[in-house]
Design a protein around this ligand. Sequence first.
Ligand SMILES: NC(=O)c1ccc[n+]([C@@H]2O[C@H](COP(=O)([O-])OP(=O)(O)OC[C@H]3O[C@@H](n4cnc5c(N)ncnc54)[C@H](OP(=O)(O)O)[C@@H]3O)[C@@H](O)[C@H]2O)c1
Length: 242
Amino acid sequence: MNERVVIVSGGSRGLGQGIVEALIARGDRVATFSRTRTAFVDGLIERCPERFYWAAVDASDGAQLKAFVTDVYRRFGGIHGLVNNAGVSADQLIAMTTDEEIDRLLDVNLKSVLRLTRDVSRVMMRQKHGSIVTISSIIGTRGFKGAAVYAATKAALDGMTRSVARELGPKAIRVNSIAPGFLETDMTAGIPEAQRAQILRRTPLGRFGGVAEVAALVLFLLGDEAAFITGQTITADGGLTC
Ligand SMILES: NC(=O)c1ccc[n+]([C@@H]2O[C@H](COP(=O)([O-])OP(=O)(O)OC[C@H]3O[C@@H](n4cnc5c(N)ncnc54)[C@H](OP(=O)(O)O)[C@@H]3O)[C@@H](O)[C@H]2O)c1
């Protein structure tokens, strides 16, 4: 497992960037995708062309996802880890939510994860080895005003995790999810000041999380240190839900 190949969805910025950075620092080979190429992606392509691969993929397009997995397998000769990280949020009361918005969140946050997990699991089943980590959210279990569709997708990911863990355990493939609380990324940048202050008051550690803190948990779950852990959702939220 020293020369692992890990796919990370949405590794161009935010939490995905933190996960890619941590994996590259560990010595892994990392393949990631997003719709937009960022300065972070440009820098890694230049610095580590043999160990880093990025492609423009829209996660809501199943054919693009499948082609990406095939491409990564051909390029690196195996896939040991999958981190389902890409996701989008929306701030909209349920009564105001359009069909288009429901479809957009289900496509990116849920259907793409099911498809990517299916496509990668076929490779891992042949290898009889692998670890899958999916980023859900505490909002999936605790709810948040204005996040009904987002919460529905994240709760579904935890359900998927438990079912797939049962299916793939006999093939030595572990499947877990991480439910972060509020992190300092683009996704939370628009939270109004009053709401941010309320979240901080309710968080025992009194701050939002850093992406490196969740990335460290991802690396733990991917690795052999977590060899007996599967089907679990681990919360990292500064104590907000305790
Ligand atoms: N930030 C938080 O407080 C928090 C808390 C709990 C859980 N999470 C979860 O953590 C994950 C990462 O969140 P984040 O805060 O890092 O978000 P972010 O800063 O908005 O980054 C999202 C990443 O996903 C990619 N992405 C979004 N839609 C995509 C699509 N259709 N196709 C391909 N890539 C797509 C983005 O790239 P492009 O836009 O260029 O495609 C970007 O790389 C998400 O699943 C989120 O739900 C975040």
